[in-house]
Design a protein. Sequence first.
Length: 143
Amino acid sequence: MAMLPQYSLDDFHQLCFYTLAHPDQAYFIHQHAVDAWQVQTASADAKPISIVFGLVGLYLYLEKGYSGKAVQNAHVQLAQRKTLIPNVSLPTQRGDITIADVLQAAPGPARDAMIGQWCQSIWQACTPCHEAIKEYLLRQGYQ
């Protein structure tokens, strides 16, 4: 099995500080950063639900236009249902953009845009998982 790149937890904490202090808390960009981090850095011992919920978050954001707050609400609803989650296998390479790239962007609109590009990069790399995530959400009543 190929080794995943090493990611810095300090970088994640720095990005969390930025997203949690973001002036637009109604949109809640923090959720998108958490979902991207979860999927891109998931190891073999990651809990399947954390991977699936990260992919769900990326799908709802990128394909359905959900805000971070709406994704967070979907996660809460899905967690309460206690239904079987799909089995997904993440690819080894999970996007060309990393958290380090996000942090290099200037705080404000440039960094916010880079978070979106980071999410898109990861979602594209996880194309083999798309159908399982879409089917799971359809079974849960999400269009």
